[in-house]
Design a protein around this ligand. Sequence first.
Ligand SMILES: C[S@@+](CC[C@H](N)C(=O)[O-])C[C@H]1O[C@@H](n2cnc3c(N)ncnc32)[C@H](O)[C@@H]1O
Length: 243
Amino acid sequence: MSQSRKHHYSQHFLKSPKVALTLIGHSNIRRKDTVLDIGAGSGVFTFALSKRSTQVIAIEKDKQTFKKLSLNLENIQNVKLINKDFLNFNLENLPVKYKVCSNIPFSLSSKIIQKLVNSNNQPQAIYLILQKQFAQKLIIDKNNFTSALGVKFMPFYSAKIRKPLHKNDFTPPPAVDTVFMELKKREEPLITLEDKNNYNSFIDKCFASSNFFKKYNKNKEKKPSELTSQQWLTIWQNYNKKG
Ligand SMILES: C[S@@+](CC[C@H](N)C(=O)[O-])C[C@H]1O[C@@H](n2cnc3c(N)ncnc32)[C@H](O)[C@@H]1O
């Protein structure tokens, strides 16, 4: 991809396999794991992941970039390369308990996380490089303002920032601060999987309408972004009882 196209999509490529290996060292990716790399680019992360896991499935949408990726990784046995838009990729064909580890375009962060956590084959753990401000809003119970997305996956995943990155870890360097974020699947979800869609629309309605939110929230002075996970679970139960 030419320098101007990289800027056009505001994408920041990892500078070296050393950076990728350091980040993987801050994850719980193990030798036995199958790992999905979304937006593989020219393969810096993919290559590092191939050294640390059993199999890597790398998805890259851009045709020209995919050619480069194929050339760079042609001799690596445990990597499967797929030239596809991740948003149209079927996660149900992946082995259960797969993990995700990727440097994705920031503009797709929300869509990619939603697709992964709403899948019927949810990943065991998700590691993503994200804009710091966006990442902080995914963490509940930390005196942050939590986004609707953070509240939606909270019953299924816990969120943690594993490591801040330096601007010069990337080419071109991003203007904003970035972090390596972990979403770890809970052993026992806090609500049932069957309730997931209803819970998601309940959270959307709470964030969209203050009248709707006030009907169920006893803590009147708090906004949706300010509730703790326990408070959300309580008002979700109240809503379920009232119907
Ligand atoms: C920020 S770059 C990172 C590349 C590489 N992972 C790295 O760290 O150097 C994101 C990559 O995602 C690809 N991409 C963008 N949208 C995509 C999509 N919907 N599905 C799959 N890949 C996509 C871009 O072409 C680009 O190569």
